[in-house]
Design a protein around this ligand. Structure first.
Ligand code: DAH
Length: 324
């Protein structure tokens, strides 16, 4: 082929190149084993002695031309490819992201923690007891014998004749005395169960029990401790009232009321531990005395979070439980 023509064709081919692959194909077309430039070189031998140097020089120039042009073309193509992929794969870090949903503590847990924080700071130990409880610990040991009318008030779920779901946290009082020795200061949070369901009652709810036994403990100590606690919990100086009441396991017994926006509100039961309870737990009532109290966690949470309906606490709506 005519060298001038070949050069023209080569330049045209280079113009049409748009990818590294095109360039590779061209390299084969011109410089491959059977490439056009290669063939020209091979045919040099057929030329006369005189024609050969000039033709050889021109073929070489064509090869160099191809290499220079294709080299610069390749770097241009590679640069474009990098830019293209940067554009395509780029991450727009200014885009808003969906926040990860963090877990949070349930208001009931927070309320238990807050109550325990106060009593722990006063040296109370946190004690635990079983939710499936014997009749003995739930009733008998707490001065509530079989025929006692207080048993009816508890709407008990029985597991079998002498086993039940504990109806209050008071049985942990006895377990704690049995496990440790007196003097003693314990606080016992946990779940309790009663066969009762309406706007203000759920079959499962939470209570915290408190018990202090020592020598010469009196009702004044109880009043002071619970008043301090309520002021700590509600973060203000509340009006607190101790109203005479009745519980089989305390004598005297009282109900604690606080002054709320709507008037007096019953908040917990308390009293001096009944001598029968101390005796049953192996404590000498002539040497030791004590006070006990029990409060409902849901009611405390409802007041603390200013909720209208206690049942919200059981629905596990994340909008509620993710609030701190
Ligand atoms: N156990 C009682 C209840 O569930 C609450 C209670 C009242 C606990 C007086 C006490 C107490 O320790 O002294 O209704």
């Amino acid at each position: 082929m005519d060298l001038q023509l070949l050069k023209k064709q080569l330049l045209q081919d280079l113009k049409n190149v748009s990818s590294a692959q095109d360039l590779q194909d061209l390299k084969v077309k011109y410089l491959g084993k059977k490439g056009e430039i290669t063939l020209l070189s091979k045919n040099l031998g057929k030329l006369t002695q005189k024609e050969r140097p000039k033709a050889g020089k021109s073929i070489n120039e064509l090869r160099v031309l191809f290499e220079i042009k294709s080299g610069s073309l390749l770097s241009k193509i590679e640069k474009n490819e990098i830019e293209e992929s940067l554009e395509k794969d780029s991450i727009d870090i200014s885009l808003p992201v969906n926040n990860l949903q963090n877990g949070s503590l349930h208001p009931i847990t927070r309320t238990i923690d807050k109550i325990c924080e106060f009593f722990s700071s006063r040296g109370y130990l946190i004690e635990d007891g079983p939710e499936i409880e014997s009749e003995y610990y739930n009733f008998d040991a707490l001065n509530i014998p079989k025929d006692h009318p207080a048993r009816d008030m508890h709407d008990t779920f029985y597991v079998d004749v002498e086993t039940l779901l504990r109806t209050h946290t008071s049985p942990v009082q006895i377990r704690a005395i049995n496990k440790r020795s007196v003097p003693l200061k314990v606080i016992c949070p946990g779940k309790v169960y009663r066969s009762d369901a309406d706007q203000t009652h759920t079959p499962m709810f939470h209570q915290v029990e408190g018990l202090l036994i020592d020598e010469k403990v009196n009702f004044g100590n109880l009043k002071q401790e619970l008043t301090d606690f309520l002021n700590f919990f509600f973060k203000k100086n509340l009006e607190v009232r101790f109203r005479p009441s009745y519980f089989p396991f305390t004598e005297p017994s009282a109900e604690v009321d606080i002054m709320d926006k709507k008037g007096w509100l019953e908040i917990m039961g308390c009293g001096m531990v009944h001598p029968n309870v101390l005796k049953e737990a192996g404590v000498d009532p002539n040497k030791y005395s004590g006070f006990a109290f029990g409060l409902g966690i849901e009611r405390m949470a409802k007041l603390d979070y200013e909720m209208d309906d206690m049942r919200l606490l059981f629905e596990n709506d994340v909008r509620l439980i993710s609030q701190s």
